[in-house]
Design a protein. Structure first.
Length: 290
């Protein structure tokens, strides 16, 4: 099953007992290696290595950004009234003869102060945070699997088109080789007659065979078909094989380049161009496969 290197996942959760509200978000883009940036707000920074460990359980390649935010809803005891400041504001208003509205005074600077938040028990709260983080990563992996399935379908279709084109080349290659042998034999015989020299039949056959062998593409076609079989096996495997696909596609490119350079047939050259076009599209897709 192929997995895309790009994906997105998010999750939110609450724990009333611990008084926590947690949100997690993960996104990834292409990278030949695995690069992780895990962030969580203070005072939970010490959990970032644990978040990175979770990411490594879900991704092997790509640039992954994982952010988690933990909020603790404020309670009444988290605030206190600065009675001295309130009394001061009230005295000034009464001195001016104005009406005193305590509700309005509460919005004045320095009246309501936040008390220092208690230090959280990070170890005890980690399982709660990890549960939400894992939910985001599961959604992230599901998104990558959906995109990977779409890519696998297109890669399979492109591989099938290469097989069909390869069948055409394979069917045409023997006739091309025979035509080349016949043409070379005729040329040599014409040169022999023109210059009035004598050539032993066995020498003529040997030289023609050597020249024809230089244009023989049968071995390249066999290797290319073997690479296509391996390509199909990787697409059907349970594990996503982006690196393997990169290698196999590179080898297929080498073989088809050799076929193009050895063949002197216009029709085969046209078919080679078709295969190269399909391989280029495959390369673009494979760059996004984990």
């Amino acid at each position: 099953m192929l997995l895309s290197m790009t994906g997105f996942g998010e999750a939110r959760g609450q724990d009333p007992d611990a008084g926590l509200a947690i949100s997690a978000e993960v996104r990834a883009v292409n990278n030949r290696h695995l690069k992780i940036t895990a962030k969580i707000n203070d005072p939970y920074g010490r959990l970032e290595p644990e978040l990175e460990r979770l990411v490594r359980e879900h991704a092997r390649r790509g640039t992954v950004q994982f952010s988690v935010r933990v909020e603790r809803p404020r309670k009444a005891e988290d605030y206190r009234l600065n009675e001295a400041a309130l009394a001061g504001y009230r005295a000034q208003l009464e001195k001016l003869g104005g009406a005193v509205d305590l509700g309005a005074l509460l919005g004045l600077p320095g009246i309501v102060e936040e008390t220092k938040a208690a230090t959280p028990d990070v170890e005890r709260e980690w399982p709660i945070i990890a549960r939400v983080a894992e939910e985001a990563l599961v959604e992230f992996e599901a998104a990558r699997a959906r995109e990977g399935a779409a890519m696998a379908s297109e890669l399979s279709s492109l591989g099938g088109s290469i097989v069909e084109t390869l069948d055409e080349i394979t069917a045409r290659a023997p006739t091309v080789i025979e035509a080349q042998r016949k043409r070379l034999t005729e040329r040599v015989q014409a040169l022999v007659q023109e210059h009035g020299v004598t050539v032993e039949p066995k020498d003529l056959i040997r030289e023609v065979a050597i020249l024809a062998d230089r244009g023989d593409i049968s071995e390249e076609l066999v290797r290319l078909r073997a690479h296509l079989d391996q390509y199909r096996e990787i697409l059907d495997a349970q594990e996503s094989g982006g690196r393997k696909l990169e290698f196999v596609v590179q080898e297929m490119g080498r073989e088809i380049n050799t076929v193009g350079s050895k063949s002197n047939d216009v029709e085969i050259s046209r078919l080679v161009v078709d295969i190269k076009g399909a391989l280029e599209r495959i390369r673009e897709l494979v760059q996004n496969v984990e």
